[in-house]
Ligand binder design. Structure first.
Ligand SMILES: Nc1nc2c(ncn2[C@@H]2O[C@H](COP(=O)(O)OP(=O)(O)OP(=O)(O)O)[C@@H](O)[C@H]2O)c(=O)[nH]1
Ligand SMILES: [Mg+2]
Length: 244
């Protein structure tokens, strides 16, 4: 039997991803697009909607509030964007950071995935955008909105390292001042490239020395027992330093 043509299906999936990406982009822009201000200001919904209007009847009297609600303590926000090819370990990183166990297998992120982690001085929003090829197109739209970029690399995925390199450099070109933490993930795997090899493969040695680019070896979810350093702690410590 002749193989069925995949063209229409691929087109439909591509179209769906494009629509999804646009919607996500709009959501992101309204959610993140107000700089570093707190986004849940009193009386305002987080998506920027108008607060509900009260009816304007003459006889209508609002009930007197006895006590004012105590103001929420203002904590500044910091934004970290987590990007990298599909399967590099972004969702796993967010899960482990927020104290959850890694999921079995790869469940692709078809859009955004975020966690908010409080610290003593500020709250850190970590936001992953899926690494699927259709979503990568939107990555560059977000780099100017954040304080730090984490770029996750699967150190054992040798075949796709040139793609990772290309995407990383596109992002570096987009915002020359953005601090970047490149995570050489999956160091627990025997076929993983070392940090020195990755520095070469990702073209990091050629980057302007003024620029803040860090390359950290990690294994955010080691396969099997016996791998001592899970690798999220030193990434988190570096992020806190960069965000302070
Ligand atoms: N061996 C090993 N596997 C890992 C590690 N980190 C993540 N994985 C596995 O890699 C697979 C993909 O991880 P995800 O976190 O879903 O990847 P992702 O970057 O979010 O992928 P997309 O959402 O598709 O962009 C999962 O099966 C994880 O368990 C690691 O440090 N070592
Ligand atoms: Mg994911």
């Amino acid at each position: 039997m002749a193989p069925r043509p995949l063209g229409p299906l691929v087109l439909a999936l591509g179209g769906a991803a494009a629509v999804l990406g646009s919607v996500l982009f709009i959501l992101w822009k309204t959610y993140f697009g107000r700089g570093r201000q707190r986004r849940w200001d009193q009386g305002e919904a987080w998506w920027g909607a108008e607060p509900a209007r009260l009816p304007e009847w003459d006889e209508w009297e609002p009930e007197e509030e006895d006590e004012e609600e105590p103001a929420l303590e203002e904590l500044e926000q910091r934004e970290v964007l987590v990007l990298g090819l599909d399967g590099s370990g972004k969702s796993t990183f967010l899960r482990v950071l927020s104290g959850k166990p890694p999921l079995e297998g790869h469940i692709p992120t078809w859009g955004f995935n975020s966690v908010r982690l409080p610290t003593k001085d500020f709250e850190v929003d970590l936001l992953e955008i899926g690494g699927n090829q259709n979503l990568r197109f939107y990555w560059k739209e977000f780099v100017n909105e954040v304080d730090v970029l984490v770029f996750m690399v699967d150190s054992a995925d040798r075949l796709r390292l040139p793609w990772a390199r290309q995407e990383l450099h596109r992002l570096l070109d987009k915002d020359p001042d953005l601090p970047v933490v490149v995570v050489a993930n999956k160091q627990d795997l025997s076929e993983a490239l070392s940090v020195v090899e990755l520095q070469q493969e990702l073209g990091l040695q050629a980057i302007d020395t003024q620029r803040e680019v860090f390359l950290l070896a990690a294994s955010v979810a080691p396969a099997g027992p016996g791998f001592e350093n899970p690798g999220t702690v030193h990434i988190w410590k570096l992020l806190l330093e960069l965000l302070s």
